[in-house]
Design a protein around this ligand. Structure first.
Ligand code: GLU
Ligand code: MG
Length: 450
């Protein structure tokens, strides 16, 4: 690895790169990073960069919780290792290259709090059973002029939603996004002015889970840099104004075996794909505690906003937390996938994918059969109708999320005892922080965190 890192460093230095940003996401979905000079890359790849072990218990507001027994003192250091296979120059910050980081203990042994390692282990386990997950994120974000303190009073585009006119004044920014995504090796399916306040959406192409999570982090950096260069700032927060549609980071996945997409079928998934979907549905409350885990996430998940609020699945149903997207003669059968809507930027993307994979695979192993899909919005039904149809509200408070997480041996099990402890300590710290605050204060404190 040192050899590959030395060779890469030499090429990058010759091209004018002076440093490498090594990035990971913490338990709040907040990217954290260290920059090493380009001359230090090979050493970093070999021996890692020292970082405090306490990042695992940082809450969303940068408070260190000390609330988890394994990480309750200021002592301890781990090593952050840049993943050289994923190293690339940042088109929008040309003096920098970027690499995702993985964390190991100071002696080089696995560190149970490394989210990327947790996902890798889950992917390896799935591969052993003959399964392969493909995943791609869809990113929604709100835009405002640089220096804005909120979106509502200074929206960065006037709408209308989906209008080409909305984006005219952002022409330079859009051009930079298209250029920089391609140059950074990220494939975009499409981009548009989305339904929310000053909102834009772009979708990333599906790939293997670890790359999908890496790509999600790189996409954030790419968008932030392009926005800044064009006098703009972006908010990835789950909710940017109490009344407006939130920012969903919908997660599209498909499960494959021996090159076959098990979700493909004639308008509905085949039996094993259906079992995968049923696995996600069974664990949806616990999944949500990982994929939409913050206080603002709970504010975003309301009926009537296409963000999902009740636990059910549907075919192309945009209110459904699990939206089955079938293949077709035009799109090809392999287009089939499931979109998870209760997913946002406050989730650690590696943990989100690890939890989804575990829940879905358990569904296949146990041969679960999903209930009939629902075409309506159960948010418009009476409470009685929802009960009759077995449609429950997704966890709506941090306390309900915590209980749901603990109630799923599969999702809690993926994190493992140590990481689960740290994750819960952080959630509880965030919940305490929010306790005495108004919705406006909560929304505003999270706007620029991600
Ligand atoms: N903005 C919606 C959300 O919070 C999603 C809208 C859509 O793309 O369906 O998830
Ligand atoms: Mg959207």
């Amino acid at each position: 690895m040192t050899k590959a890192a030395s060779a890469a460093a030499k090429d990058l230095a010759a091209a004018g790169v002076t440093g490498v940003q090594v990035s990971w996401a913490d338990n709040n979905g907040i990217p954290r990073s260290r920059i090493v000079p380009i001359a230090g890359l090979a050493d970093a790849a070999n021996r890692g960069i020292g970082v405090t072990s306490l990042f695992a218990v940082f809450d969303t507001h940068d408070a260190i919780t000390y609330g988890h027994t394994g990480l309750a003192t200021p002592s301890g250091d781990v090593r952050l290792i840049p993943v050289i296979e994923r190293l690339r120059r940042l088109a929008g910050q040309p003096a920098l290259a970027w690499a995702p980081g993985r964390q190991v203990a100071a002696d080089g042994t696995p560190w149970p709090y490394c989210q990327r390692t947790v996902l890798q282990a889950q992917v390896d386990q799935a591969a052993k059973q003959g399964f392969e997950l493909k995943a791609g994120y869809e990113l929604e974000f709100a835009i405002a002029p640089l220096g804005s303190t909120d979106i509502a009073s200074s929206p960065g585009h006037p709408g209308p939603a989906y209008s080409p006119h909305a984006l005219v004044e952002l022409d330079g920014f859009i051009a930079a996004l298209l250029h920089d995504f391609a140059a950074n090796g990220l494939r975009i399916g499409q981009l548009h002015a989305e339904y929310g306040l000053a909102q834009i959406e772009l979708s990333l192409a599906a790939t293997d889970p670890v790359s999908a999570a890496d790509d999600q982090l790189l996409a954030r950096q790419t968008i932030h840099a392009a926005a800044h260069a064009h006098g703009l700032r972006v908010s990835f927060a789950p909710i940017v104004s109490p009344e407006a549609a939130g920012n969903g980071w919908h997660l599209h996945t498909s499960i494959w075996r021996r090159g076959r997409n098990l979700l493909a079928g004639a308008g509905e998934p085949g039996p094993e794909g259906a079992a995968y979907l049923a696995g996600l549905l069974r664990d949806l409350p616990a999944l949500t505690a990982v994929t939409a885990p913050s206080v603002p996430s709970t504010l975003r998940l309301r009926p009537g906003y296409f963000a999902s609020a009740y636990a059910f699945w549907g075919v192309e149903n945009r209110e459904a937390p699990l939206r089955y997207v079938p293949g077709s003669a035009l799109l090809g059968a392999d287009h089939a996938n499931v979109e998870l809507k209760p997913s946002d930027a406050s989730a650690n993307p590696y943990l989100a994918l690890a939890a989804v994979l575990a829940a879905g695979l358990a569904g296949i192993e146990e041969g679960l059969v999903p209930p009939e899909p629902i075409a309506d919005d159960p948010g418009t039904w009476s409470e009685g109708d929802r009960t009759t149809r077995g449609v429950a509200r997704l966890p709506a408070t941090p306390g309900e999320q915590d209980a749901a997480l603990l109630a799923s041996p599969r999702v809690a099990g993926v994190l493992g005892e140590e990481l689960l402890g740290a994750f819960r300590a952080v959630r509880s710290s965030d919940a305490n922080w929010a306790e005495e605050r108004s919705v406006d204060e909560i929304v505003s404190a999270h706007l620029w965190r991600y």
